[in-house]
Design a protein around this ligand. Structure first.
Ligand code: KG4
Ligand code: ZN
Length: 367
């Protein structure tokens, strides 16, 4: 193992085409040397969500330039890179194929080892890149595609404690926004509308799963309640006023905060029993941008004399620095590189115990 380790990472699992160079320096510090993210948000906005075929085509158009920009920004030639990594799943098959093919081609041409990375592992390990956080910790991952509570005990040692049984939380925000005629992506629009709520009475919406055993989530009932409330307010008042939209968004966010603090609180208490101390809580994913949610979680951990770690927003949402970092952590932990025959895995649970046992080894899933 060289004294510094430098990894080029590539991420194409959803609607961002991203490449980054991350280094472990001689002094042991981790450093993001470049971090390029080309967002396709505008391409998908007219459809109110990500269109897989359009995403795949956009990745093909952007990927070469994004990789070259990441290397140029890092002032780094391929000969200085120790490994190439790409997201292999979970995500949209077409996009995964583009990133994986590019990474394998670069690794093959430059004779460098190749690592196929689980996107969720990237999110799970980010707080170690940004904050040098020690294992173990609890991760709340809340994005457009995922809603999970994970116990992170080491590189490759993840236990999924809870997940959504229907919609992801970001998806619930996006669908709520669409129902109320707000812009895409819905999260920021719902948050802004909720902040403007001051007129009239508060609206109380359901809080699915609160008080139930376990740590799972469900958001589809809340979405239905939003639709019914909006419909009845519109019927009563001959249309949905801005004040009514603000009141619904406020009520929606309040329900979400109740659900999150209940589920995450239970998870924190559960692991505190096992470890005989409170573990830190990390939040990641696009929904982590929501200030009301952050505040609720801060209060939750403060009550437990623990602390909340929220990596900078650019590293909470999808990026390639987290993919390069996950590969770097795997190299340092002694994991062997992956073969060029590694195929995309649109479904790839991080926690092997929640996945089919056939084809899984000690070090996780095999292609
Ligand atoms: O992690 P991300 O950028 O992309 C993936 O889904 O992988 O997350 C995007 C999601 C969208 O559903 C968006 O509506 C939501 O994060 N989001 C928010 C906020 N900003 C983005 N949700 C609530 N409040 C926000 N301020
Ligand atoms: Zn993500």
């Amino acid at each position: 193992m060289p004294e510094t380790v430098t990894v080029l990472g590539i991420e194409t699992s959803c609607d961002e085409t991203a490449a980054a160079v991350v280094r472990r320096r001689l002094d042991g510090e981790a450093e993001i040397i470049s971090n390029i993210v080309a967002s396709q948000m505008e391409v998908h906005a007219p459809y109110g969500g990500v269109v897989p075929e359009i995403a795949a085509r956009a990745h093909v158009e952007l990927i070469d330039d994004v990789i070259l920009r990441a290397l140029a920004d890092a002032k780094c030639g391929l000969q200085e890179v120790d490994a190439i990594a790409a997201t292999a799943g979970p995500g949209l098959n077409g996009g995964l194929m583009v990133g994986l093919t590019a990474a394998k081609a670069v690794a093959s041409a430059a004779s460098k080892p190749f690592y196929a990375i689980n996107h969720l592992e990237g999110h799970a390990l980010t707080a170690r890149l940004t904050n040098g956080l020690a294992f173990p910790f609890v991760l709340l991952l809340v994005s457009g595609g995922h809603t999970q509570i994970l116990l992170v005990e080491g590189v490759g040692a993840y236990r999924r404690m809870g997940t959504t049984i229907d919609d992801a939380l970001g998806e619930a925000f996006d669908k709520t926004a669409k129902l109320l005629g707000l812009a895409y992506p819905g999260g920021p629009a719902v948050e802004a509308a909720a902040r403007s709520h001051s007129m009239g009475a508060d609206i109380t919406l359901p809080t699915p799963m609160v008080g139930r055993p376990g740590f799972d989530f469900s958001f589809s009932g809340l979405k239905t309640a939003v639709r019914q409330t909006a419909q009845s307010l519109a019927d009563q008042n001959d249309g949905l006023s801005q004040d009514a939209v603000a009141a619904i968004c406020h009520g929606f966010q309040r329900s979400i905060c109740r659900v999150l603090t209940d589920r995450v609180g239970r998870a924190l208490d559960d692991v505190a029993g096992t470890f005989e101390r409170q573990l830190p809580l990390v939040i990641a994913g696009g929904v982590a941008a929501n200030q009301t949610i952050r505040h609720a979680l801060e209060t939750l951990v403060a009550d437990r004399r623990s602390h909340l770690i929220a990596p900078p927003m650019a590293l909470c949402t999808d990026n390639a620095a987290m993919i390069a970092w996950a590969a770097l952590e795997r190299m340092e932990a002694g994991f062997t590189p992956d073969g060029f025959d590694f195929a995309p895995k649109p479904r790839w649970p991080l926690d092997a115990s929640t996945a089919p046992k056939i084809g899984y080894g000690k070090r996780g899933a095999k292609a």
